[in-house]
Design a protein around this ligand. Structure first.
Ligand code: BES
Ligand code: MN
Ligand code: ZN
Length: 497
């Protein structure tokens, strides 16, 4: 979808569909009032006749109004005459998108940036508009022989009252498009099935991304390289699989050579059967999504490169497939991680932390300013926080706060869980330095505790996206692309600081 800015008098702009908000207030205001005048009160007449009251989500399509150059005028109810919540605004935009998608117009002019949203300025609500529209237009039909029909709508014009507004809109469009391009990539990688999206496939995609952007460098460590580095924990996960593990590194230099890099580390389990601690069969197909942390890294990298952010960014993707077989790791096996700490693997289904811990130790050599790992790590996180909010833990208050703030700003939120010392004891093992599971209580936190043993050298935070990375079952099943918006916002904020 293309977005452009349009200034000028609303009544005379030529477009397939002009979209105007109408609130439940007694009298029309803003663009609606301006247009009502131009068409001799046809809009207020429609309101008076009860064709539209302004209730949120209501819509009315009018054709060929006198005095208005647009072919169609779409009135969109915005509810009570007060700023909308993020959620209400998104719902409104989704409704608009559904109407436009099935409608006849190839282009539309939206005056929606003039609708007020709580705690959001023009830039911020316009970005949300762009991202929400793009989100609703995403399709995944790579494996359908009958491709989904493309929506007729190709172009959105955003109306601005003046030059200063136009600058805000331009920034919102460019940021929103970059974030959406990243989110789309994350969704597509997530939606691809485990037989296609293997660790090798991720490595290939990484090389393709780097080839398209010369500021981006990629290196792929093979199993023999990881063995030489002592990554016994990561390799214990791929031991049962015919697919070799890959440790992918992206390096982007947008800042000065001496600037310490920010780092992202993604869990890339391209399929999680549980290994010898085999998962039950119900919904096991959804464990193709167990690489959504990795997919998030790809999406963020794509966005950062296209935004040309003036920061240095190093990303690691720990990619492996978790399978049961004669060569698989068994419960009770003890492995030695790259950090030197020994790990008793009591449950081979707690494999995410096993690949991440070696990647997190490897991260030390890049002397990072901060490290954020992203992982579909625990089912317990879905129990604790549900599907709308990601779990967040860390060893650095300032970093955690920045991520919370970025999540709020991007409407892609996280909530902090306590990483208190008391929980660490749950990881004690009689035979090794640490066990890979901490029992039934506080499973998300003990997973965070496990990672914390490997991240003492730098400010670190961990995002558990088990609940937020994809929508489970049902007709809306699919990857969400979260938390790409949060992390790009975080990096935008770092670029400003
Ligand atoms: N990938 C799963 C976590 C998961 C499960 C995410 C369901 C989303 C939906 C992870 O590897 C896992 O299996 N975790 C175990 C940990 C347990 C063995 C301590 C879990 O959550 O059950
Ligand atoms: Mn698992
Ligand atoms: Zn997993």
């Amino acid at each position: 979808m293309e977005f452009n800015i349009k200034q000028g008098s609303l009544a005379t702009i030529k477009t397939g569909c002009l979209v105007v908000g109408i609130s439940e207030a007694k009298s029309l205001s803003g663009p609606a009032a301006e247009l009502d005048k131009a068409c001799n009160g046809q809009i207020s007449a429609a309101v008076k006749q009860g064709d539209i009251s302004g209730k949120a989500g209501q819509s009315l399509m009018l054709f060929g109004l006198p005095g208005i150059s647009a072919q169609r005028l779409l009135l969109l109810g915005t509810g009570k005459d007060e700023p909308l919540s993020d959620r209400a605004y998104r719902k409104l935009v989704q409704k608009l998108s559904a109407t436009l998608k099935d409608g006849g117009a190839a282009d539309a002019l939206l005056t929606l940036p003039s609708v007020a949203v709580k705690d959001r300025d023009l830039y911020s609500r316009t970005r949300l508009l762009v991202e929400t529209l793009r989100e609703s237009l995403y399709q995944f039909d790579q494996f359908k022989s009958q491709k989904a029909s493309k929506p007729k709508l190709k172009k959105c014009l955003l109306w601005s009252a003046n030059k200063a507004e136009a600058d805000q809109l331009a920034k919102a469009i460019s940021h929103g498009q970059a974030i959406s391009d990243g989110t789309d990539l994350t969704r597509t990688l997530g939606n691809q099935p485990g037989n296609i999206c293997t660790p090798s496939h991720l490595a290939k995609e990484a090389r393709a991304l780097a080839k398209a952007h010369k500021e981006l460098e990629v290196e792929v460590l093979e199993e023999k390289d990881m063995k030489a580095l002592g990554m016994g924990s990561l390799l214990s996960v791929s031991a049962g699989s015919a697919e070799p593990a890959k440790l992918i590194r992206f390096s982007y230099q947008g800042g000065k050579a001496k600037d310490k890099p920010h780092m992202l580390v993604g869990k890339g389990i391209t399929f999680d059967t549980g290994g010898i601690s085999l998962k039950p069969g119900l919904n096991m197909d959804e464990m193709k999504y167990d690489m959504c942390g990795a997919a998030t890294v790809f999406g963020v990298v794509k966005a950062v490169v296209s935004l040309k952010l003036p920061i240095n960014l190093v990303c690691l993707v720990a990619a492996a497939e978790n399978m049961p077989s004669g060569t698989a790791t068994k419960p009770g096996d003890i492995v030695t991680s790259m950090s030197g700490q020994t790990i008793e693997i009591l449950n081979t289904d707690a494999e995410g932390r096993l690949v991440l811990c070696d990647a997190l130790t490897y991260a030390e050599r890049f002397k990072p300013a901060s490290v954020v790992d992203i992982a579909t790590l625990t089912g317990a996180c879905i129990v604790a926080l549900g599907s709308n909010v990601s779990g967040l833990m860390g060893n650095n208050e300032a970093l955690v706060q920045k991520l919370l703030d970025a999540g709020k700003q991007a409407d892609d939120r996280a909530w902090e869980l306590p990483l208190y010392d008391e929980y660490q004891e749950q990881l004690d093992s009689p035979f090794a330095d640490i066990a890979n599971i901490g029992g039934p209580k506080a499973g998300t936190i003990t997973a965070g505790c496990f990672l914390s043993r490997f991240t003492k050298a730098y400010p670190w935070a961990h995002l558990d996206i088990a609940g937020t990375a994809w929508i489970s079952g049902g007709k809306d099943k699919g990857a969400t692309g979260r938390p790409v918006p949060m992390l790009v916002q975080y990096l935008l904020d770092q670029a400003k600081a």
